[in-house]
Design a protein around this ligand. Structure first.
Ligand code: 5GP
Length: 202
């Protein structure tokens, strides 16, 4: 029996802990791959090109759109963000599971192209905790935090379009839940290329 890799999309409000949960998943499971997105946003202190993002200018990004090099893309907080298609396709074809940490607009585009993709929405336990996390992170200006918090209600209204909702009360719990989702999703019969004739011959 063979199977394609699983495409897992993780979205959620800024500060919900997507990055921490994804890093935890990667540490626990070395077979998982994390897609590195392209963005026109400038790097934050400590961020590295090719690790956190591929930092590109607007012209380069628009060329990638024109050349159909992106699986999905969106404008978030005035900057472009997008997923390079080739990396995802190659890993999935090789049977590797791939995680995308992207926003809602992108997640819905992915679901259209890959209906078999699994959309997971990660939420913090409360809005006040989210504000606290964004402030403590120390990477965003007060103005940027205010604009991110403003978007939260809009973002939360889209949770019904996702396959799963995970509440990030503690990072360990959230990672456990995402792992459980991945395990269950991999057992769906539709994901197996099951050859009955070969099976009966063995
Ligand atoms: P940040 O600037 O905080 O790194 O990311 C801002 C938002 O952009 C987050 O919600 C993040 O998930 C989203 N994002 C990051 N990469 C991509 C991408 O490739 N595509 C889309 N659609 N959103 C992305």
């Amino acid at each position: 029996m063979t199977r394609q890799g699983l495409l897992i999309v993780i979205s959620g409000p800024s500060g919900a802990g997507k990055g921490t949960v994804c890093q935890g998943l990667l540490q626990r499971n070395k077979e998982l791959c994390l897609s590195v997105s392209c963005t026109t946003r400038p790097p934050r202190p400590g961020e590295q090109h090719g690790v956190n993002y591929f930092f590109v200018d607007k012209t380069t990004f628009e060329q990638m759109i024109a050349n159909n090099q992106l699986l999905e893309y969106a404008k978030v907080y005035d900057n472009y963000y997008g997923t390079p298609q080739k990396y995802v396709e190659e890993k999935l074809a090789a049977g590797r599971d791939v995680i995308l940490e992207i926003d809602i607009q992108g997640a819905l585009q992915v679901k259209q192209k890959y209906p078999q993709g699994v959309l997971i929405f990660l939420v913090p336990p409360s809005l006040s905790l989210l504000k606290e996390r964004l402030t403590n992170r120390g990477t965003d200006s007060a103005e940027s935090i205010a604009s991110r918090l403003k978007c939260v209600c809009d973002e939360l209204s889209n949770t019904g379009r996702y396959d799963y909702l995970v509440i990030n009360d503690t990072v360990e719990n959230a990672i456990d839940q995402v792992e459980a989702i991945i395990k269950a999703e991999k057992c769906r019969p539709s994901r197996f290329d099951f050859d009955m004739k070969k099976f009966l011959e063995c």
